[in-house]
Design a protein around this ligand. Structure first.
Ligand code: PD2
Ligand code: ZN
Length: 287
């Protein structure tokens, strides 16, 4: 993909300043050699504009790309494409789509497992931190109004059982997973749309990647469902996943780039509480 340099952004601003229309700006980018999908990403085309200007959601295979393509977890579906052997149980796939690769699993966790994770997490919850990409450290993030904690890998029996099940389900080594994160969203709390990969252009990313490389996939498991709101939304592809207790949503991103179309967020909880456990998968062993 053409790098989005300060010059490119300044050029876009200048076009807007001189009253250039969006269609003609888009055409200028194509004339300058931009791939339509990439120009659409940089210009943040609305779904309406994409429709009108015939732009696919995902850019066609990148040429001369400087975006690395990584191996990602690939669950092994049965012949009918609806069930996966997760070792100690078979798990049903109730929704599956590509680009981005996204699956919803039913009853991955039992009610007892959801409760056990919540009870072990509860005394350790604190205001959520996110990794600060500028420094590689952790920071309080205003986009997150939830409380959270991390288990260490295989910290107790239920964590160990769930991690072994996830590894078989996703066909990805246990050691490539970060410790489970549990988040509790009180009413009104949300998680604004973001990408889970670490932005390669940020100065702190190199430090973060030393512990096992990039994140390549996410599994969000719903432990407790709110009375209203709290779905997981994927705005690029217009997908909304209901936060049903025991269910989980999986998505992978071979490219640490918006082209992955994996922008996602947690919608505000309107009533009741929402609890999730998230497993992030890395390229290599996470140490
Ligand atoms: O709680 C969610 O729905 C949510 C939304 C976006 C969780 C995450 N991201 C995450 O854990 O990365
Ligand atoms: Zn996320």
């Amino acid at each position: 993909m053409q790098p989005v340099t300060p010059e490119v952004l300044a050029w876009l601003d200048a076009q807007v300043a001189r009253g250039c229309s969006r269609p003609s700006m888009f055409k200028s980018m194509l004339d300058a050699g931009w791939h339509a999908g990439n120009a659409a990403l940089v210009m943040k085309l609305t779904p309406q504009e994409r429709l009108e200007w015939n732009v696919p959601l995902i850019a066609a295979p990148l040429q001369g790309s400087d975006v690395l393509t990584l191996a990602v977890p690939t669950p092994k579906l049965d012949a009918r494409g609806t069930m996966i052997d997760a070792g100690d149980k078979w798990v049903e796939v109730i929704s599956h789509r590509h680009a981005p690769e996204l699956m919803v699993f039913a009853n991955l966790l039992s009610p007892a497992e959801c409760d056990a994770l919540m009870e072990a997490a509860r005394p350790r919850l604190s205001r959520s931190l996110t990794v600060d990409v500028a420094t590689g450290g952790e920071e309080l993030h205003p986009d997150r109004t939830s409380q959270g904690m991390f288990f260490s890998r295989s910290e107790n029996a239920v964590v160990q059982r769930v991690e072994a099940r996830i590894a078989k389900l996703l066909n990805w080594p246990v050691v490539n997973g970060e410790g489970l994160q549990v988040l509790r969203y009180p009413p009104g709390a949300q998680y604004r749309p973001h990408y889970d990969y670490f932005d390669p252009s940020q100065p702190g990313t190199a430090t973060i990647l030393e512990r096992g490389g990039q994140r390549v996939a996410t599994l969000i498991m719903y432990l407790f469902e709110p009375e209203a709101g709290g779905g997981t939304v994927f705005p690029d592809v217009d997908v909304l996943v209901a936060p049903k207790r025991g269910n989980a949503v999986f998505f992978s991103y071979a490219q640490a780039h918006p082209i992955s179309a994996t922008l996602h967020g947690g919608e505000p909880v309107q009533a009741g509480e929402k609890w999730i456990a998230t497993k992030w998968l890395r390229e290599r062993e996470f140490v």
